[in-house]
Design a protein around this ligand. Sequence first.
Ligand SMILES: Cc1cc2nc3c(=O)[nH]c(=O)nc-3n(C[C@H](O)[C@H](O)[C@H](O)COP(=O)(O)OP(=O)(O)OC[C@H]3O[C@@H](n4cnc5c(N)ncnc54)[C@H](O)[C@@H]3O)c2cc1C
Length: 456
Amino acid sequence: MVFQKTRGESSGILGMQSDLVILGSGIGGSITALIANQMGMDVILVEQSSHPRFAIGESSTPQADIALANIATKYNLPRLAPLARYGTWKQTYPELGCGPKRGFTYIHHPNIENELLVESSPDGIDCDSNWLRSDLDAFLVEEVKRTGISYFDNTSVTLHEDDGWKLEADNLSCTTKFLIDATGGSNPLGIEQDCSSFHTNSRAIYSHFNGVSSWGKLHGKQKHPYPCHDSALHHIFHGGWMYVLHFDSGVTSAGFVLDNASRPNDTWESLMAEFPDIQKQFEHATPIRPIVETTRLQRYAKQIVGENWAMLPHSAFFIDPLHSTGIAHTLYGIDLLMQNIGTASGLQNYKEIIQNQARLVDQLIHGSYCCFHDFDMFSQFVMLYFAGADYTERQRQAGYAPDFLHANDQAFCKTVGTFYTHVSNGTFNPNDVRAAIEPWNMVGFCDPSKNNMYTH
Ligand SMILES: Cc1cc2nc3c(=O)[nH]c(=O)nc-3n(C[C@H](O)[C@H](O)[C@H](O)COP(=O)(O)OP(=O)(O)OC[C@H]3O[C@@H](n4cnc5c(N)ncnc54)[C@H](O)[C@@H]3O)c2cc1C
């Protein structure tokens, strides 16, 4: 085998050798490539498609942004750091699309006076963002190329496992010791899938739109701790929910996510007809790309690591966009994987932690679905998510080891599991949540005097 390497070019090349090949150049694959390069690995990034391209997964969270800032510092990638806050993003990379995300807004339908607002940032500058993924993912790939990492787009590889891996494509032939699947579930390794252990069973109908009115313009109130649309806006209703994410350009990402059991036949049009207040928000909206209707969203790979390969979290499984766990889990998972990549026991550790987290996320999401019909139930149950997320953020800021949704605390997982059982079997008492989350509740979640308006 001739060792020949051209760095940062996507022109075809034969006979390359590398320590690591990453398949998929979404945020996950590109950031993993940048980290691997900083760790001194010889890395190749391969993308089946090309950038810029549409991608879903746009609402960041405090956990996601803390994880991104941590990666920027830990692996000496300072050009990623500004992306972790809306203000620094706009200042440093004004050409990359985004919008401010000051918190989580929930509106219940049909009675829209039922509101829950959880502010997650001090102001409209030092806050999280809604990420226009086509811009961000293209930027990250440019960073990969700028750093000199070998990058191949429009490349579909065939894989042969042979004391490592051999990859073949029209424009590429290479061997590698280790492979990371960052394809977001396209499953190039052909791993058996089985999502029967997930309770969540949902599908999505989504697109990007022009002309969506802001909820604040229609229904803003003095008591709201922040402009209610500068957020991940959630419309909640029996059997489903809708996300509405605004970008500064005037484009809005929006999608319904529906429980397959209770809403098997709903369409964009039928839901608009059913919920007049949502219809009003969308009365001047036009989709700027075709509306996507998915099949069941949930997937779960039975194996997520092997002797010489591993999957990133979003390749290993997906549950549902509720609570915007995807980006945070991806970033947390990348850091965890790169700390464990050298040994079989390390990979086993990565696998167990990631799978445990997936179980917790499923309970938090499906438990919320079980409460969608009753806003009081929902607004108490969802505090399990906020308590876990907030506690984790504080732990990380205090210098403790990174964690995702506080899933490494058995007592917290047991508490979530108990409440999940209660909402599933109809024995849930919303008044019980406050005392149960007390060990992790640093900011007064479930305090009735706050009337569902939580300031930062
Ligand atoms: C409807 C919906 C809404 C969501 N909303 C949110 C949200 O608001 N917040 C949040 O945190 N998360 C959200 N998520 C989850 C989020 O999309 C993922 O967590 C995130 O995109 C993971 O990034 P990734 O880079 O791992 O994968 P992806 O973004 O899926 O990127 C995978 C890349 O791999 C490429 N690829 C595919 N197959 C191959 C192959 N065989 N070889 C080479 N390349 C390949 C693809 O072209 C793509 O570029 C949402 C998901 C869905 C389905």
